[in-house]
Design a protein around this ligand. Sequence first.
Ligand code: GLN
Length: 486
Amino acid sequence: MSALHFQTIAALADQLAEKKLSAKELTQAVLARTKATEPRVHAFNFFDEADALFGAVASDTRRAAGLALGPLDGIPLGLKDVIAVKDQPLTASSKMLANFVSPYDATVTTKLKAAGAVLHGRLNCDEFAMGSSTENSATGPTANPWDLARVPGGSSGGSAAALAAGSAIATLGSDTGGSIRQPAAFCGVVGLKPTYGLVSRFGLIAYASSLDQIGPFARTVEDAAIVLNAIAGHDERDSTSFRTAIPDYRAELAKRRGPWKLGIPREYFGEGLDPEIGAAVERAVAFYQSQGCEIREVSLPHTQYCLDTYYIIATAEASSNLARYDGIRYGHRSKNAKDVVDLYFQSRAEGFGAEVKRRIILGTYVLSSGYYDAFYLRAQKVRTLIRQDFLNAYKEVDALITPTSPIPAFKLGEKSDPLAMYLCDIYTIGVNLAGLPAISVPCGFTKSQLPIGVQLIGQPFQEANLLAIAQAYERGHEWSTKNPNL
Ligand code: GLN
């Protein structure tokens, strides 16, 4: 049996229920692991030992009192540092919010607290979730636990790296253009981006509001289902959250057995795809075929416009969302300003990093009078075509199968050109533009022992099917039992 810090929620919940293990022992083990690995990994912006142990002891007290407890009770979970936890730092890995303490809980936080989870820290990310490597962080980059010279992916790199390192049993991230799935692939863990509207965004620091979704990183598909059970559902404080019946995703796993029809979008296997990743995904396709699934080639003809469309819409929304950081109400305030207008300029100039500034400038430009129609409005129309491509494909197939990322984890500092970094998102951003659910599942390693992820893209609000399809692959392989040597 693997060390406590590498076990699944499902396995640990059983041991807690049978009283073979206490939440305090488990939390101590995870904190010890965190302290041992953090100097090399830097997955956390902040963790609070005393608070975590307090939460663990409270869980043990509930259990001793004989209360009926769910599977997350007493389990140490980490949250990306864009998700609010009352009375704790919330920084978005930005100097702008370096001293900000959240006055309230995000809805997902409220729900995880109600489920008894031990929230032991805030995880590093690209500043305001803008990036694909976690190098755009004011607290410094996170390292990939599989190879400390490489990035963990981004923007939720801390969430993926903490889990892979054994410094959390599961984590939450946010995915605007791949920020859960790509780091999950780079770090060899499962990452689920839910359908837009399934999980409340209340208390999530906004990057691009029409694309952002919170979702879980977990060791297994079953664990992802357990976390999704806790966080999904309508929330009147998020007007885009959907009213839909929420199934028990974990229970549904056993009921949905296929065989399924899977589509291979030909546009996702072209130029720029690393051959080792292409081969691993082809082996995954062959596995599904061997299980009786029907495989069809499909076309998503507007794929070539995804990157441009995304970087217009996401930056436009970001420029609007980040206008609130003005140095007046909260966040960094410059000490060098001459007058109030200068205060806005100086505070923003000092508080934001280079990538955030680049996006605000680009977003302001595409929204400005004279350019709005040519860029923003046109991008919205193309977005509709991109969504239509997916919905057309779903007339023929249940889900799509693609690589998660065209390349494996790259070296820290290797991609200094922003465009080269944006190209990392080509297989993930279409999903956000279309509002669909998608999951990245480990599907092997490159010759140099870097994890590879396969992406499964589902139909809107059909997470139960998507998870079952993903688990069918996972159960036929041992990738998810592998851990890095740290
Ligand atoms: N890498 C993409 C970006 O920089 C996606 C980020 C995300 O999903 N938060 O915008």
